[in-house]
Design a protein around this ligand. Structure first.
Ligand code: Z5A
Length: 203
């Protein structure tokens, strides 16, 4: 039986997830809650190897989608479920909503195939809450240009990220009770304040 809480963080690249997950992690630990911080793709030794391939190697969308779910299967079995069972809160930088946003929304992959893989790999497991960092691709691109060299996903076009953003907002509308949407264009401290205020209602 699951006792902990599974929280996932989503948004287009450069939306500022990392900074805000740090803040939530510190706040939860101050409340005496055990936190497991993780990410997808990745989060396990095999998952990190898959991540390196996904970010660097050119491949078909089917191969890409299967690799995201292979990393996810390993992550769920070895990290997420054990942590939830012992009562920890799992903070995951991305999960299955990213597949719907990037592969289905961004690359036009068949959503029925993703649903089938989701059911196979996750069974009934779903996040307790998903925090969506909503940001325009124009602002995200300005931030990333200052921050680092682009990986295979970050090198996609502005139009691609517009589709990814729309797909995320569509998911948020369909699963309104699970999603909490943050305006990621605000100053970091304002975003932290909104996130921590919301998190009080999760405890
Ligand atoms: N992907 C997929 O296609 N399908 C899937 O199923 C999954 C993933 C799971 C790897 O993910 C890639 O895999 C990802 C989607 C795809 N695309 N890419 N690339 P990732 O999570 O590792 O990649 P990421 O989104 O680029 O993560 P990130 O580097 O951690 O980005 P972030 O956390 O959203 O942003 P950040 O690093 O915190 O901030 C970016 C910059 O903006 C940095 O310089 C900050 O100082 C600055 N920043 C942050 N917040 C602000 C505010 N509020 N104002 C101004 N500047 C800010």
């Amino acid at each position: 039986m699951q006792q902990g809480k599974f929280i996932t963080f989503e948004g287009i690249d450069g939306a500022g997830k990392t900074t805000q997950i740090d803040a939530l992690e510190h706040w939860l630990e101050k409340q005496g809650i055990e936190v497991v911080r993780t990410r997808e793709p990745g989060g396990t030794p095999l998952g990190e190897k898959i991540r390196a391939m996904l970010l660097a190697d050119d491949m078909s969308v089917t191969a890409e989608t299967l690799l995201f779910f292979a990393s996810r299967a390993e992550h769920i079995e070895r990290v997420v479920v054990p942590a939830l069972e012992r009562g920890a809160w799992v903070l995951s930088d991305r999960f299955t909503d990213a597949t719907y946003a990037y592969q289905v929304g961004g690359k036009n992959y068949d959503p029925a195939k993703v649903e089938a893989l989701e059911s196979l790999v996750q069974g009934a497991l779903q996040p307790f809450k998903t925090v969506l960092f909503d940001l325009s691709p124009d602002i995200a691109a300005q931030r990333l240009a200052k921050a680092r060299a682009a990986d295979r996903f970050e090198a996609e076009s502005r139009e691609f990220f517009r589709r990814v953003r729309e797909a995320y907002l569509d998911r948020a509308q369909r699963c309104a009770r699970r999603f909490f949407i943050l305006d990621a264009s605000l100053e970091p401290q304002a975003i932290t304040d909104a996130l921590l205020q919301e998190a009080q209602s999760w405890i």
